[in-house]
Design a protein around this ligand. Structure first.
Ligand code: SAM
Ligand code: SF4
Ligand code: SF4
Length: 351
C-alpha cells in the first residue's frame, strides 16, 4: 500500500474478507406507518418513547461521519429510518452528503407517503434515486400491512412524482408475507413492468424482537419467482455488481426485470459490505446485531477525525457477522428461531 504518513487508508477487510463499501444511515427512529412486520402499533403506540432530540445525530455530525466512512472505503450511502421523510429539512442533509466526492451512489428508502411533495426538492438537493416500499395495490391489504387506515394512492403518487423528478431507476420494495399479500404479487409486477422501475420482492425477515416472525410466514424467493413467472415468463439475469442484494430476473418479453431478496432461503452474508449508522450515532455491523459501537460520545467529546477513523476501522476489522447464514441452521421444526437472541429494532438502524 502507498501509505502517506498520517493518512489512514481504506479500512482493512473484516474477518471474513469483506470490505466496507456501503453505509446505511438511519436519520430518525420515528415513522408515520406502523407496519406490523417492523413497528407493530400495539408496541409502538402513543406512549412509546422515541429518541429525544439531543440523542439524535445532527446533520453536521452525520456529514462528518459519512466523510470518514467514505475515506474508509464507503462508496454508496442509503438514507433510511424509521421513515426518513419525517426528519425535518432532510434535503439539507442530502445536499451535504451529495458533496462528498467518493460517494458514487446516494439513495433513500421511503414508504412514499410524503414523497409526492418532496421528490423534486430531494432531486434538486442531489439525491440520485429512491427505493419506495409498497406491499400491495389492494387497499385493504395495503392498510393492514402499513398499520394505517389508508390505501396505496399517496404512495403511487409519490412514485410518479419521483419519476417526474428524475429519481430513476425507481426500485419498489415489497415484503411478502404468507397469508397477507402473496396473492397480489402479480398485480404489482404488472403495474410496474417497464423501463426504469424494478419491483423487488423481499422475504419476510425476523428483524427486531417483536414482529412475530416464523418460517411458515415466509414466502420463499423460489415461490415468488414461480408465481410471477407463471404469468409473465422470466429468466435469470446476471448481477449488476458483486454483492448485489437482490437476485435479478428478466421478463422474457423484454419489458424489464424484477428482483428477489432471499435473505431467509438463500442468505448472502458472504458478500455483505454494509455498515449501518443508527439514529443515535452507533456503528452497527449487521442488521441483526445486538448493539453497536457508540460514535456520538467520542465525537461530542472532541475526538479528531483520525480517532474516529481508527475506532471504525477496528470495529470493521473484528467483524464476523453472518446472522442470516446462521439462522438457516438454527430454525426448529415449528419454524421458530431456536435460542433467539436480542437484536436492535430495525427502525433504529434502517433496512
Ligand atoms: N420507512 C422506510 C420504508 O419502509 O421504506 C425505510 C425504513 S424500512 C425499515 C426499510 C425497508 O425494510 C423497507 O423496504 C421495509 O419494507 C423493509 N422491512 C421492514 N421490516 C421488514 C421485515 N420484517 N422483513 C423484510 N423487510 C422488512
Ligand atoms: Fe415505518 Fe418503514 Fe418500518 Fe413500515 S417498514 S413501520 S414504513 S420504518
Ligand atoms: Fe449482512 Fe448481517 Fe444481513 Fe448477513 S445477516 S447479509 S451479515 S446484515
Amino acid at each position: 500500500m502507498n501509505a502517506t504518513p498520517g493518512i489512514t487508508q481504506t479500512a482493512a477487510p473484516d474477518r471474513l474478507g469483506r470490505l466496507l463499501r456501503d453505509l446505511r444511515i438511519s436519520v430518525t427512529d420515528r415513522c408515520n406507518f406502523r407496519c406490523p412486520y417492523c413497528m407493530p402499533a400495539e408496541v409502538y403506540g402513543e406512549r412509546y418513547q422515541f429518541l429525544p432530540k439531543p440523542e439524535i445525530l445532527t446533520f453536521e455530525e452525520i456529514e462528518r461521519l459519512a466523510r470518514i466512512f467514505a475515506r474508509l472505503g464507503a462508496r454508496k450511502i442509503r438514507i433510511t429510518g424509521g421513515e426518513p421523510l419525517v426528519r425535518a429539512k432532510l434535503p439539507l442533509l442530502i445536499e451535504r452528503l451529495s458533496r462528498i466526492e467518493d460517494i458514487q451512489d446516494l439513495t433513500l428508502t421511503t414508504n412514499g407517503f410524503l414523497l409526492a411533495k418532496m421528490a423534486q426538492d430531494l432531486k434538486d438537493a442531489g439525491l440520485h434515486r429512491v427505493t419506495v416500499s409498497l406491499d400491495s395495490l389492494d387497499p385493504e391489504t395495503f392498510s393492514r400491512m402499513a398499520g394505517r387506515p389508508y390505501g396505496p394512492e399517496r404512495v403511487l403518487e409519490g412514485i410518479e412524482a419521483a419519476e417526474r423528478a428524475g429519481l430513476r431507476p425507481i426500485k419498489i420494495n415489497c415484503v411478502v408475507q404468507r397469508g397477507l399479500n402473496e396473492d397480489g404479487l402479480v398485480d404489482l409486477a404488472r403495474r410496474f413492468k417497464g423501463a426504469g422501475r424494478v419491483v423487488r420482492f423481499i422475504e419476510f425477515m425476523d428483524v427486531g424482537n417483536r414482529n412475530g416472525w416464523n418460517l411458515n410466514k415466509v414466502v420463499t424467493a423460489a415461490e415468488i419467482v414461480d408465481r410471477v413467472g407463471s404469468v409473465f415468463p422470466l429468466e435469470p439475469a446476471e448481477p449488476n455488481y458483486q454483492g448485489e442484494v437482490a437476485t435479478r430476473y428478466r421478463y422474457l418479453d423484454g419489458s424489464g426485470e424484477i428482483g428477489v431478496i432471499a435473505s431467509v432461503s438463500a442468505p448472502f452474508c458472504g458478500d455483505c459490505t454494509r455498515g449501518r449508522l443508527s439514529t443515535d450515532g452507533r456503528f452497527v455491523t449487521c442488521l441483526f446485531a445486538a448493539g453497536g459501537k457508540d460514535l456520538k460520545t467520542p465525537m461530542r467529546s472532541g475526538a479528531a477525525d483520525g480517532e474516529l477513523r481508527q475506532i471504525i476501522s477496528q470495529i470493521w476489522a473484528g467483524r464476523a457477522d453472518r446472522y442470516s447464514e446462521e439462522r438457516a441452521d438454527n430454525t426448529d421444526f415449528e419454524g421458530n428461531v431456536a435460542n433467539p437472541r436480542r437484536k436492535i429494532e430495525m427502525f433504529r438502524i434502517g433496512g
